[in-house]
Ligand binder design. Structure first.
Ligand code: FAD
Length: 395
């Protein structure tokens, strides 16, 4: 099997690379993954997102009347864009804009599309994903936030959400709430748009062990939504959410790029630190570990490209994406742990500390790597899907 991209896509890659070099905002790279540090920085990143949409590098699969590329679109192009953004370590906004846009395009009204899609494309509006709750993450369908119909046909929302990435910058939220408490749990949920400036919406940033605040608790206390906040049919929120989550698939290719970068930096680290009076890179055990990581990343790369190929041919299997997700997230934890081990005592220093190894990169990666084993479905859930639905093992 040839997993190469072919000359046309490699030409496209050069075009994207040049675009990123010329246009990405000059925000200095940080030690790890994190939300914008202030509103001005967030605005710069959103403006950059707007440029990516305008150039056709994002949202290419949207219908042409909303700015999509029509027959010029291919999912491989999305992969190339993701890889190049990761390669350049360019800022990127991890919000819910892509997610909600697909929900609106597939299930929303023409009026909703006209109202919300332009703000996503231009980078004017920031969206967050209001799905998870304190007792509903893996078992999302058990969510308890209520949306009760009001006399004017609208909805009154009460409940609590958590883990809301970038909720503190969001103008709008893509909400799942229970509209029929008597229906089976998957069938009583609706999808709604929340204007985050409405009275009763209280966003409280959570401070994480990395020291930063990327996500939030969101309290919804008698929030009144208009009737046209509903996306699609009443009580069809579960299938809307699942259908829009499918559009997150192309992002796995970027993880291969990031893991390769980490292994490159890890190799440099092994050259610069000493073990037993010699550079650590000369230690056979260190070489063996670097070799193992490299082999695993290349295996992941083959899997990711095979998945992309199956996806574009419509032959994707249910356990394909979970296998890749499991591999990249668990490998990320192992690489960061090994980097800290090599760093010795200096490994506990963080970004900005004098003497911090690689300006605290590894300390941050070590603390943050765990998040990837949870976000978007935990490792245990991925293993369950692979076992039960892929290998058809008993539940
Ligand atoms: C960085 C990050 C960003 C996020 N951003 C958002 C966001 O913007 N919006 C949003 O809505 N959500 C977001 N999430 C939430 C994410 O979707 C949930 O954390 C995830 O689904 C897991 O749910 P939970 O945290 O409630 O853990 P739980 O579901 O309570 O799981 C706890 C533990 O039990 C295990 N477990 C649970 N069920 C099973 C089972 N059936 N079999 C075996 N083991 C099981 C899990 O693997 C885990 O180890 C984010 C999470 C992270 C880490």
């Amino acid at each position: 099997m040839d997993y190469g991209m072919g000359p046309e896509l490699e030409q496209f890659r050069l075009e994207v690379r040049a675009f990123i070099e010329a246009n990405a905002p000059a925000i200095p790279p940080k030690a790890g993954v994190r939300s914008a540090e202030n509103r001005a920085e967030h605005a710069l990143i959103m403006e950059w997102m707007g440029k990516l949409y305008a150039a056709g590098y994002m949202g290419g699969d949207w219908p042409e009347q909303y700015g999509g590329r029509g027959s010029a679109y291919s999912s491989e192009r999305d992969v190339v864009v993701g890889e190049e953004l990761a390669r350049a370590r360019a800022p990127y906004f991890a919000g819910a804009g892509e997610l909600i846009s697909h929900a609106l395009i597939d299930f929303g009204t023409e009026d909703q599309c006209q109202r919300y899609l332009p703000g996503i494309r231009s980078g004017r509006d920031t969206w967050c994903q209001l799905f998870s709750e304190p007792s509903s993450g893996s078992d999302l369908a058990s969510l308890r936030t209520k949306a009760v119909r009001t006399e004017n046909g609208g909805f009154r929302i009460n409940g609590q959400k958590v883990w809301t990435t970038n909720g503190h910058w969001a103008d709008y939220g893509y909400l799942l709430a229970r509209t029929d408490p008597d229906a089976p749990k998957h069938k009583g949920i609706s999808a709604l748009v929340v204007d985050m400036t409405l009275p009763g919406v209280d966003v409280r940033p959570l401070r994480e062990m990395t020291g930063t605040s990327d996500f939030n608790e969101v309290f919804l206390d008698n929030v009144e939504l208009p009737a046209d906040a509903l996306i699609g049919e009443l009580n069809s929120g579960w299938s809307i959410a699942n259908s829009s989550l499918v559009h997150e698939r192309s992002s796995t290719a970027t993880t291969v790029v990031r893991l390769r970068q980490s292994i490159g930096a890890l190799t440099d680290l092994a050259k610069s630190v000493h073990r037993g009076g010699r550079p650590a890179i000369e230690d056979g055990a260190v070489q063996e570990t670097l070799g193992k990581f490299t082999a695993e990343v290349e295996a992941l790369s083959a899997l990711v490209y095979a998945n992309i190929s199956r996806w574009s041919r419509g032959t994707e299997r249910v356990h394909d994406a979970p296998m890749a997700k499991l591999m990249f997230s668990e490998l990320g934890v192992e690489i960061a742990r090994f980097a800290l081990e090599l760093s010795g005592e200096a490994g506990i220093l963080v970004e900005g500390d004098p003497g911090a190894v690689d300006n605290g990169r590894w300390q941050d990666e070590f603390l943050y790597a765990r998040a990837y084993t949870i976000a978007g479905g935990s490792s245990e859930i991925m293993r369950n899907i692979i076992a039960e639905r892929g290998l058809k093992l008993p539940r």
